[in-house]
Design a binder for this molecule. Sequence first.
Ligand SMILES: N[C@@H](CCC(=O)N[C@@H](CS)C(=O)NCC(=O)O)C(=O)O
Length: 272
Amino acid sequence: MGSGLPPAKDSATEGDASKPLVVYGFTPLGGTASSASPFVSKLETYLRMAGIDYEARVGMSGAPKGKVPFIKQGDVTLGDSTFICEYLKNTYKGKLQTKEPDTAETKAVAAACRIICEDNLASGMSYYRWGHPKGFSATKERMSSIVPWFMMWLIPRMIRGKIMKNLYAQGLSRHSEKDVIFLLTSSVEALSGFLGDKRYMTGDVPCAADASVFGMLDNYLNDGLDLEPARIVKRFPNLVRYVTDIRRTYYPEDNPSQFSPAYKAGDATKRD
Ligand SMILES: N[C@@H](CCC(=O)N[C@@H](CS)C(=O)NCC(=O)O)C(=O)O
């Protein structure tokens, strides 16, 4: 690869809606409605908001970009939640129960919400779950239910090393915790300001940006790790109401996340 850009193919923009759609990702963490990955939660929430049928598989082997979520449909294999949502909007055109923004202002709000969540708040999540001593010990404890005991010393430290390298390059871990809290709080405050009294970020009907915001805020609020991110979101009652409403509407008790062990499709959540 040298020091330049790695080769990368353009994302598929449209597929065959008559073919089964399979979504790959991680299971939920603590009390999150969907996955421990806010990006997987975003995609599953978008599928539910849009009314698209799918089948979830736990795992990331075969991920075209080395990350989850990714999907397979017919001969298409596609990674990255944003490009997957674009693909789904084209593939299921005319059948979606979501409404994408159509004015300059609502488009700007949706883009800002997505970028705030997937850049700043995603780094904040890594900072607390993997960098912060209290978060790392809680994260390790959670991992002990899925990682064999003899790998428990190695695996969490390996993942932490990789994440800390990324966080240093991105810059967040170079700040004091007080400064990190300032950055995260101002981002969450912006989301709260965009939402105001509305039901969804751009009006009465959800759009893909709502899935992004929900995936991140549900992970901030409900991952059960008792960390600063949950305290930050709780300062904004309209965001807490928003997350609660989306959980109730799209993840009712009798239809839990397909990534959750509680989901029974036949016998259990499928694994690859
Ligand atoms: N931009 C990607 C981000 C996905 C992402 O960062 N996924 C993480 C889990 S939260 C992952 O798969 N990490 C594994 C790795 O980097 O090895 C998207 O929107 O799908």
